[in-house]
Design a protein around this ligand. Structure first.
Ligand code: FDA
Length: 321
């Protein structure tokens, strides 16, 4: 269970705020000095810059008994050509993954493939990806972004879920609206991934990290398991996972657990050894800035780890499983 002290809460707030700054992001991406320095810290959570890096990690983890989910990282793309390029890259990823991994999923932000420009563009790209994924036996998992996009993302998912059953959706326990959203989502066939929620949101929209979110998280899990709906319990919270195990949910046939690459690998190993179906979420690409900020904000002691990783990049050279 993570409870921030005052300094950590402040650090988390600052990190989540700068995560949203397009100017800082562009500065980091374009700086020949800052990019490699911060990338050394990002490498703890991102498999590398190329699809080959991600597939190497995916093969390694699959051989070790893990399921995998892959993301070509990026979000809030406001250039049509870049959205098309992202969609083309995802099509390649779907093909590669479908050829190599049984049970693999591909995850993505709808704002990476056009939502920030035009929902119609995102829809047409999603249709192409869903068709390709369907042929390859791959599941697509739509990530959930800031609350200003929740409605659009759910609307698009609901439209697509009637056409393709191989698309799933992510829901954030911290949002006040999520219990009601779940009622609709349970009537659709796709897998539901339950997360706490990574974005900084105002109090009228979401609860801050703490016991209230954990309680809501558990309620969402309980409603899904009662409905025997396919879910992915996506958390690194050891206490919450213990409760979920004690309640007997972790081994249900339609339940899987999911964790981000590089976070709590020891806990991942323990769960896998107990026979829990565990998926590791792998990211790759050069647009890792927001992702890194979120991983630091979730666990501010990571700032010290990041400093050490920048000073000695060999610390993150090995796959930590
Ligand atoms: P919490 O943050 O309470 O952490 C519990 C414990 O886990 C901590 O005490 C610490 O020990 C450890 N821990 C957590 N984060 C850590 C970190 N970064 N480094 C080191 N240790 C850490 N969010 C979102 O808004 N939209 C989305 O689509 C997704 N997608 C997604 C997919 C998957 C597979 C996962 C696992 C998570 C997401 N998230 C997400 C992120 C999610 O919302 C949340 O921010 C993180 O999972 C951290 O929350 P925890 O549930 O781990 O609990």
């Amino acid at each position: 269970m993570s409870y921030y002290n005052d300094e950590e809460r402040l650090a988390a707030d600052v990190l989540k705020t700068i995560a949203r700054s397009q100017a800082v992001k562009e500065y980091v991406q374009q700086s020949p000095n800052l990019y490699p320095l911060l990338f050394a810290a990002a490498r703890r959570f991102v498999t590398g810059e190329t699809v080959e890096d991600a597939l190497r990690a995916a093969d390694y983890l699959s051989a070790g008994g893990y399921r995998v989910s892959l993301e070509y990282i990026g979000e809030n793309t406001t250039d049509i050509a870049a959205c098309r390029e992202a969609k083309t890259t995802f099509l390649r990823l779907i093909e590669e993954v479908g050829r190599r991994q049984a049970d693999a999923t591909v995850s993505f932000d709808l704002s990476h493939i056009g939502l920030s420009i035009d929902p119609g563009l995102a829809e047409s790209h999603l249709l192409e990806m869903a068709e390709a994924a369907n042929k390859q036996g791959v599941t697509l998992m739509i990530s959930m972004e800031e609350s200003t996009k929740t409605e659009q993302i759910l609307r698009l998912y609901q439209k697509m879920a009637f056409l393709y059953t191989n698309i799933g959706i992510t829901i954030q326990a911290h949002l006040h609206r999520s219990q009601e959203d779940l009622t609709h989502l349970l009537s659709l066939p796709g897998r539901i991934r339950i997360v706490k929620g990574a974005y900084k949101e105002p109090p009228e929209v979401a609860l801050p990290r703490g016991e209230g979110v954990n309680q809501r998280y558990l309620e969402l899990v309980e409603r899904c398991t009662a409905a025997r709906h396919p879910i992915s319990i996506a958390t690194h919270d050891a206490h919450l996972i213990q409760v979920i195990e004690q309640k007997g949910y972790a081994h249900l046939p339609f339940v899987e657990m999911e964790m981000l690459y590089g976070i709590q690998p020891e806990l991942s190993k323990q769960l896998r050894e107990k026979g829990v179906k565990l998926r590791i979420y792998l990211t790759y690409g050069t647009e890792w800035y927001l992702y890194l900020c979120h991983r630091l904000a979730e666990h501010p002691p990571n700032l010290f780890v990041a400093l050490a990783d920048m000073q000695d990049p060999t610390r993150t050279a090995e796959i930590p499983y």
